[in-house]
Design a binder for this molecule. Structure first.
Ligand SMILES: Cc1cc2nc3c(=O)[nH]c(=O)nc-3n(C[C@H](O)[C@H](O)[C@H](O)COP(=O)(O)OP(=O)(O)OC[C@H]3O[C@@H](n4cnc5c(N)ncnc54)[C@H](O)[C@@H]3O)c2cc1C
Ligand code: SF4
Length: 485
């Protein structure tokens, strides 16, 4: 029975994880299922606040606070606490097209804004979301929803990441004929070829693509807009075009020795690893491998952490990750008061694994690389660094490495793959307060529009762009039906 003070009386608990040493021998997800009784207790910790900050989805400063999809969290928490899983699933579906992705990889800004966190610990919102959607698939509640009627209007979506998929889903359900064009050989954007398999297993991405196809969306792979088909050609065939082409251009390091062999952008490394896993079932070695190597990852963010976890699974000899900032605080800092989602120090999966495998945290702070060193065969052998400090530096530090991965962020849309769209500061420009670009009938959403971000923001943008396209086409159709005077 649910008690009104459960958020104080019951302790926050998260699902157990497979032991770090055991899981690094596989590419599988590492979270164990949460037993139903525990889930109900955790869901009952939700206070059902009158104003649920967890579902507000705002940027406060640069921090995402609350759920950008405006998930009806207290509502599905109540249903979960009562064991009404099917109802909870339909409630979740009202706002979230793909809970199987968000509940696995979202950093859960909802939890940082949870009111229970003010006096106790926040509700384990993300784990409850995962339990709802995993159960929905298991019970067969997730079925193709085939639109009963089509309105005869056609929309092209360019890019099959979470922004493009969410937009395509909403437009398809609203009766539009939707075609998704993707330049890669597989669909899903960074869900497929970015986020590693142990965070989102690729069969789950493919399962959703299969479902969207069964619902009537056409997916076309290996087709780059701007090269294989021009934007103008798309506009001749489709009533509206939505560009969800991501922010694929990575930041580079322009220092001596960058041309040496064995130095790669993080995304080339991660994509090669996942593609190898999918094409060869993990047999043999991918083109770029960390096996037996001393690995250095430059860049202290999440992409860098995914490189660390990938290198460990490939059997690296050692791995170190450089960050230019200091260690994050362990407690909510004063400058990030509730309901801001605080940036806190955590022992993320990759770091826990390194700790177990090598006995130390791979993260090294305040480090700037100044030069790569190589041998007579032009292979990288190490690098030199200085501390990120205003103090004069006495000596450079030497680090040995035979694989270096650069993960220092993204500049924005790759201009060579921009599909002919106008860019400003790496982003596709849209009209103020709108998703429509300067080109009539061409819209943009997701990382391509807002810069490299999160799955939830990409989905929110895809959904909002879909709504605007509906309005645009409704107005256009209505105008075409007006009698001429
Ligand atoms: C390594 C890594 C790990 C991440 N981990 C997380 C995480 O754990 N949680 C989280 O919330 N976010 C994470 N992110 C961020 C998240 O993946 C992105 O914010 C999100 O995928 C953006 O979605 P999108 O649809 O806008 O673009 P993308 O997912 O980048 O998809 C864009 C698609 O467009 C295609 N495309 C580009 N140009 C063309 C063209 N001209 N013609 C046809 N197709 C084209 C691309 O091939 C790609 O498939 C991570 C990002 C990276 C790089
Ligand atoms: S999508 Fe992310 S922010 Fe929204 S409820 Fe789920 S975990 Fe929280």
């Amino acid at each position: 029975m649910r008690g009104t003070t459960d958020f104080i009386d019951q302790k926050r608990e998260k699902p157990k994880e497979i032991d770090a040493l055991e899981r690094i021998a596989t590419w599988k997800e590492y979270q164990k299922p949460f037993p139903e009784e525990k889930l109900k207790i955790q869901a009952s910790r939700c206070m059902e606040c009158g104003t649920p900050f967890c579902q507000m989805g705002e940027l406060i400063g640069r921090q995402t606070s609350g759920c950008p999809l405006y998930n009806l969290i207290p509502e599905w928490n109540t249903l979960a606490a009562q064991g009404k899983w099917e109802e909870a699933y339909y409630r979740l579906l009202l706002t979230n097209n793909f809970p199987e992705f968000t509940s696995r990889a979202c950093p859960a800004p909802c939890e940082g804004s949870c009111t229970a966190g003010l006096v106790s610990e926040p509700v384990t919102i993300k784990s409850i979301e995962k339990a709802i959607i995993d159960r929905a698939y298991k019970e067969g509640w997730v079925k193709p929803r085939i639109p009963l009627k089509r309105n005869g209007l056609k929309v092209a979506v360019v890019g099959s990441g979470p922004a493009g998929m969410a937009a395509a889903d909403d437009l398809n359900q609203a009766g539009y004929d939707v075609t998704v064009f993707e330049k890669e050989d597989r669909f899903g954007g960074l869900l497929m070829y970015g986020i590693p398999n142990m965070k989102i297993e690729k069969q789950y991405v493919q399962r959703r693509i299969d479902l969207l196809q069964a619902e009537g969306i056409e997916f076309i792979a290996n087709t780059e807009i701007g090269k294989d088909i021009t934007l103008e050609e798309l506009q001749e065939t489709y009533d509206a075009v939505l560009l969800c082409i991501g922010a694929e251009k990575q930041r580079e390091i322009d220092i001596p020795g960058r041309g040496l062999k064995g130095i790669y952008p993080a995304m080339e490394y991660l994509k090669t690893s996942t593609k190898h896993l999918l094409d060869n079932g993990g047999n043999g070695e991918p083109r770029i491998t960390a096996k037996g190597k001393k690995v250095i990852v430059i860049g202290g963010g999440d992409t860098g952490a995914d490189c660390v976890a990938t290198a460990i699974r490939q059997g690296c000899k050692s791995v170190v990750q450089f960050g230019k900032h200091g260690e994050l605080p362990k407690e909510r800092p004063e400058h990030e008061p509730w309901p801001v989602n605080p940036s806190l120090f955590t022992l993320d999966y990759a770091y826990e694994e390194t700790f177990k495998a090598f006995g130390e945290d791979p993260r090294k702070y305040y480090i700037q690389t100044t030069e790569f060193l190589g041998n007579e065969d032009d292979e990288v052998t190490g690098l030199l660094t200085v501390p990120f400090t205003d103090e004069p530096v006495a000596e450079k530090q030497l680090w040995k490495a035979d694989l270096v991965l650069i993960a220092i962020g993204f500049e924005g849309v790759d201009p060579t793959k921009a599909a002919g769209a106008e860019l400003q500061n790496g982003r596709i420009q849209t009209r103020p307060g709108s998703f429509q670009t300067n080109r009539e009938g061409v819209f943009a959403a997701g990382d391509a529009k807002r810069g490299a971000s999160l799955i939830v923001w990409a989905m929110q943008e895809g959904k909002k762009a879909a709504k605007e396209i509906e309005l645009y086409l409704a107005q256009k159709t209505a105008a075409a039906q007006l009698p001429s005077v």
